[in-house]
Design a protein around this ligand. Structure first.
Ligand code: SF4
Length: 375
């Protein structure tokens, strides 16, 4: 038996508004790619969407039968629908993302299928930074994030091993720190830490003046280099401890150390895969547009760095090559730190090219433009 509730009659005022919007769409919207905004009677943009066929999508809102359906909920909140055509579905997707970031419409926020189901590693600020697993990139646009990853729990387990191996803290972000080289302590350093990790040798103890700022920082930098694939020290430390345990016939400890190594290696593996995904999203992507409005997108490390009209002649090709060379030439740190405000775009591009691998296959890599530059 259907569990759907029966359609609840809308008030005559709402019904009239919906009918009026329907007529506007029917009279004016074309089946072209575009973005649309649902605007409430008091002028608030309540929802932003995109469509490959704008008219078809907008008309579908008026066919929603049940109040709980997404389309019905959106259209009943609106008093006006406005739209802009875009040259392609890809362009519409990018524009939708930009508009959502700009306006943060409340129905998009409620219904959004965004980065929240991914996990990220966030680096906190301050003299004793720490790694923190977070779901979604949050609104901290100045934060530094590694990711996205699947599996927050495995990520937490692996980070625990990394923190233990290097003596990094994992306590609350606002835990008060007392470094040994702080000249004056506004508050006397406590004699015992807020947890036992320092007592059992798993934390350097920045909360009890047991380490200096420089020592903590250098351990933290090793951890970051490990995540970047540039330093294997945490695994090497555990491996030599495992070998020592094995030589001492302490096989239980050796087995536990082996499991820790496996967790760390799987973390490094996740980073290597992410690095590959980010690095492989560097190319020029030409997209045929409606009415000959073709575009060329210069994408580097999973973010659109420039959008140009696609060249129609040799001079246009030279201009595109020059711009591409300018964007691809500077060395960029290979670290997987993605500014929070760019994560949505990275996710959008990787999902687009996963969905349409043929599009990825025809994109032109940076080397093509390095050659063109000298031509
Ligand atoms: S020993 Fe201190 S700094 Fe280290 S994790 Fe525990 S409370 Fe945090």
């Amino acid at each position: 038996m259907s569990r759907r509730r029966k359609r609840r009659p809308a008030t005559p005022e709402v019904e009239a508004r919906v009918q009026q919007m329907r007529e506007v769409v029917r009279a004016g919207a074309l089946d072209r790619p575009g973005v649309y905004r649902m605007i409430s009677p008091d002028g608030e943009i309540v929802y932003v969407g995109k469509a490959k066929k704008l008219r078809t999508r907008l008309m579908s809102y008026f066919r929603a039968e049940y109040p709980a359906e997404k389309g019905a909920r959106i259209v009943r909140e609106a008093g006006e629908i406005a739209w802009d055509y875009q040259p392609s579905e890809f362009a519409a997707l990018l524009e939708e993302l930009r508009l959502i970031k700009r306006w943060r419409p409340r129905l998009n926020v409620m219904m959004k299928r965004d980065a929240r189901h991914y996990a990220f590693i966030r680096i906190t600020r301050g003299p004793a930074p720490k790694f923190q697993v977070v779901r979604g990139a949050g609104n901290d646009d100045h934060g530094t994030y590694f990711g996205p990853f699947h599996g927050a729990h495995q990520l937490e387990d692996a980070l625990r091993e990394l923190n233990d191996a290097l003596g990094l803290r994992d306590c609350r972000a606002d835990q008060r720190m007392h470094f040994a080289d702080q000249v004056e302590f506004p508050v006397a350093p406590p004699r015992t830490p807020g947890c036992i990790r320092h007592e059992i040798g798993r934390c350097l103890g920045p909360c009890v003046a047991a380490t200096t700022v420089a020592e903590y920082r250098s351990r933290f930098d090793v951890a970051r280099q490990f995540l970047d694939g540039a330093d294997d020290a945490p695994v090497a430390l555990l491996r030599s401890a495992m070998e020592a345990s094995s030589d001492a016939l302490d096989f239980e400890r050796a087995a536990s150390l082996r499991d820790k190594i496996l967790r760390l290696e799987s973390l490094q593996d996740q980073f290597a895969r992410l690095r590959f995904a980010v690095e492989s999203l560097s190319f020029v992507y030409r997209v045929a547009g409606w009415g000959d409005d073709d575009r060329a997108y210069i994408i580097r490390r999973g973010r659109v760095r420039a959008e140009l009209p696609a060249p129609k002649d040799a001079a246009g090709e030279r201009a595109l090559a020059a711009r591409a060379a300018e964007i691809f030439a500077p060395r960029e740190k290979a670290a997987l730190t993605v500014p929070a405000h760019e994560i949505d775009e990275l996710l959008l591009l990787s999902s687009w090219f996963r969905k349409f691998p043929d599009e990825l296959a025809r994109a032109e890599g940076p080397s093509a433009f390095a050659l063109d530059k000298s031509a």
